[in-house]
Every structure is written in structure tokens, then in C-alpha cells.
Ligand binder design. Structure first.
Ligand code: NM2
Ligand code: OGA
Ligand code: ZN
Length: 389
């Protein structure tokens, strides 16, 4: 591979210095790409800049002269070899490494965009959505990779034949990361209780929601496993909040803007000693307009006090439109959990609901939360392993 790059490098036109060495332009993957001198120097991969063992940067920005420029750049045995001034440092860059880190591209599209790793979905995702068998995912790294890719892409996946014993959801979390303990416990039991600390612990239906938006940060993942279910009703419904946001934006760009621009408030104060409060938008965008997360939970929405009087009526209209979209059967995947079934959701994206429990019998779900970084990290590591083999 490296040899081919060298051949490609030699065949490419020589790098061109720009702005008196403040930047350069190189051909990579058949396209011209510009890089700034300071960016290249800061991202040098040599052993004096980055620890070869752990890859961490050994220097600070202040160790790089402010007036850093490119004195000379050419393709040779070391890939793209760059000599910087004033310090005379020479650094080689692997063209593949550069190609996968280019930044000389058009600005991101309009607000609400998502990256290529995300696919938005509706009811056509399938009757019950993507599913794998627990013991296969547990024992076969290939199946685990497939399952984690699914979670990343759709923010939702199911498992069957999972343990029906208490603590099973912890085993599932261990497949990719770490449990997030909260005031509800390391795990929580979802079943009807006499004096419920949360409406989840009743037979009521629950409108589609993301869990715990009153937390900072809100849990990134939720696993809900079924241990018993002999009731009528109590069906599970999941909806892609990113799809909902997209539909809302198409129908009402202004409504989308309002839900992204102003913060809502969320609160949980349902048990002694717990007063959880947050102030975050229902649709959260990054500074570059990327759709980052959805927070929606009727039970724990607090009075909104951060929307100007003049925008409140329109804000509520948009909030209602979103609530209507969430009820759309065409957007929802619906299924009934039986013992041994579980599902995982990206809790900052996919909403889940349950229909009311309408008969006697036993229904016992057990859940836990986990952070998303653990899942992304395990997924990336498995991707790297599978690329090497
Ligand atoms: N439980 C099930 O976010 C919520 O309040 C939904 C969460 C109590 C952990 C319920
Ligand atoms: C929850 C919840 C769904 C269900 O506990 O957060 O949404 O099916 N439960 O009981
Ligand atoms: Zn919930």
C-alpha cells in the first residue's frame, strides 16, 4: 500500500507553496487539497511530537513558533516531506493519513445535517427493526461489530435470547462499554408499583420520549430488557428523532429553528433528595449545524422560561407539530417484547414509547443506561481489528 502511495505521490504534481509558505496545496486522491503550515506542524506524527506508544501529543502549541512557515515540500520516500522554518524541522506525512483528514472542502450544508455514519429511518426499517441473537453477539466479534454498527447507524437495535435473569442488561452493556449509574440505580426495574417514583413504574401508556433529559449529560444509551411479559398492551414503539427533526424542518423551517434556537427546561423531583434540572434545546445542533441530539419527554418538561414572549406561541406550535409527528405510525417501529428480548436506543436520538397495560399479569422490564463514548470506542477498535485481518 505504501509503495503504491509513493508511486502515486511521484506521479502527482509537486506540492505548491501558497501565501509565502503559510500553506501548501497537494494532490490527494486526484483532488487538490490545501493545508496550513501551522496545521501540518501541529499534526506532525514524528516521535518528538507524538509519543509513539500511546499516540498522545508531547508538545503544546506554544512549543511551535508563531511564525511557522513551510520552507520546502516535496514527494519522496517519506511521503510528503515538509521542511518548516524558522526551526528547520523536517516532517514526513503519509498521503493516506492526510487524505482522510483533509479540511479544504465546502462548508457543511444547512442546519440539521448528519454525517454519513447515520441513516434516518421510518416504519420501513422493518416490523421490529434490526435484530441479532445475544449469544452470537457475545461470542462472535464479527457479529458484535455488526450489531454495534447497527446501533451507530440507526440508534436502535434489538437482541433476542438474552438472559431473563436480573442483571442481564449489565452483561449487554459490558459487551461494549460501561454502565451509567443514576439515582434509579445501576439497573432499574420497570414494573407497576404502589407508590411509583416515576410514571414509568405504572400501567400507564408512555408517550414517546427520550429518558432523563433532566440530567446533565443525559444518558447516551438505554438498554431495556424484558424478563416477564404476560399482560395485554405494554407494547414498545421506537421513533427516529432525527427523522422527526428532518420532517419538521421540511414542513416548518421556522418551527425547526425555534426548537433548536431556544432552550427548553426539564425537571425530575419525584423522590426525596433528588432535584434534577436541566436547560437544553429540544433539538440540539452543533455550532456547524450538525444535528447532535433530541430531548423530548412530556412527563419531565418543566415550565419553559427561556423563550421570548414574542416567540412563545410559535414555539408551542412547533413543539405540537413535533408531538404530532411522533405519533405518526408511518415513522414508528412497533413490537412487543417477550422474555429474553431487549432493545438498545441512542437516547439522544431515538424516542421510545409504550402502550398502556390493559390487563392483569406480570410485566417486568429491567433497564440500564450507558455512555455513548464506550460504544463508539469499542466499535472503532473492532473496525480497526477487522481492517487488519
Ligand atoms: N426510569 C425508568 O426519563 C424518565 O424519567 C423515564 C426512567 C425511571 C429510569 C423513566
Ligand atoms: C422507561 C420506559 C418503557 C416500557 O422505563 O423509560 O420508557 O415499555 N419504559 O415500560
Ligand atoms: Zn423511557
Amino acid at each position: 500500500m505504501w509503495k503504491d502511495d509513493r508511486v502515486q505521490g511521484q506521479a502527482s504534481p509537486p506540492p505548491r507553496l501558497l501565501d509565502g509558505g503559510g500553506a501548501l496545496e497537494v494532490q490527494l486522491g486526484g483532488e487538490p487539497h490545501r493545508f496550513h503550515a501551522i496545521w501540518l506542524r501541529d499534526n506532525a506524527q514524528d516521535a518528538a511530537t507524538r509519543s509513539p506508544g500511546n499516540g498522545q501529543r508531547l508538545i503544546t502549541l506554544l512549543d511551535i513558533p508563531r511564525e511557522t512557515r513551510i520552507a520546502d515540500a516535496r514527494w519522496d520516500e517519506g511521503g510528503l516531506t515538509v521542511r518548516f522554518e524558522p526551526d528547520g524541522k523536517v516532517v514526513g506525512f503519509d498521503p493516506d493519513w492526510l487524505l482522510s483528514r483533509t479540511y479544504d472542502k465546502p462548508a457543511p450544508p444547512a442546519a440539521g445535517w448528519t454525517g454519513p455514519e447515520i441513516s434516518r429511518w421510518d416504519a420501513s426499517l422493518g416490523d421490529q427493526g434490526p435484530v441479532e441473537r445475544y449469544h452470537v453477539v457475545r461470542t462472535d466479534p464479527g457479529a458484535r461489530l455488526r450489531w454495534l454498527r447497527t446501533v451507530q447507524r440507526y440508534g436502535f437495535a434489538r437482541l433476542t435470547e438474552a438472559p431473563t435473569t436480573s442483571g442481564g442488561c449489565l452483561e449487554v452493556a459490558r459487551l461494549f462499554g460501561y454502565v451509567r449509574e443514576t439515582n434509579y440505580g445501576r439497573t432499574f426495574d420497570v414494573r407497576a408499583e404502589v407508590d411509583p417514583s416515576n410514571l414509568a413504574y405504572t400501567n400507564l401508556g408512555l408517550q414517546a420520549h427520550t429518558d432523563n433529559p433532566y440530567r446533565d449529560p443525559a444518558p447516551g444509551l438505554q438498554i431495556l430488557a424484558c424478563l416477564e411479559n404476560s399482560v395485554e398492551g405494554g407494547e414498545s414503539i421506537v421513533i427516529d428523532g432525527f427523522k422527526v427533526a428532518q420532517e419538521l424542518q421540511a414542513q416548518s423551517p421556522h418551527g425547526f429553528e425555534l426548537l433548536a434556537k431556544y432552550c427548553a427546561r426539564f425537571e425530575y423531583a419525584g423522590s426525596k433528595g433528588v432535584r434534577l434540572r436541566s436547560k437544553r434545546p429540544v433539538i440540539e445542533l452543533g455550532p456547524d449545524g450538525e444535528l447532535i441530539s433530541i430531548r423530548f419527554n412530556n412527563r419531565s418538561a418543566a415550565p419553559f422560561t427561556d423563550i421570548p414572549y414574542d416567540d412563545m406561541a410559535d414555539y408551542y406550535a412547533a413543539y405540537r407539530r413535533m408531538a404530532e409527528l411522533i405519533e405518526e405510525p408511518a415513522l414508528a417501529v412497533r413490537f412487543k417484547l417477550t422474555p429474553g428480548d431487549l432493545f438498545i436506543v441512542d437516547n439522544l436520538r431515538v424516542l421510545h414509547a409504550r402502550s398502556a397495560i390493559t390487563s392483569g399479569g406480570e410485566r417486568w422490564l429491567q433497564g440500564c443506561y450507558a455512555d455513548k463514548d464506550g460504544l463508539s470506542s469499542t466499535l472503532a477498535a473492532l473496525e480497526e481489528d477487522s481492517a487488519e485481518h
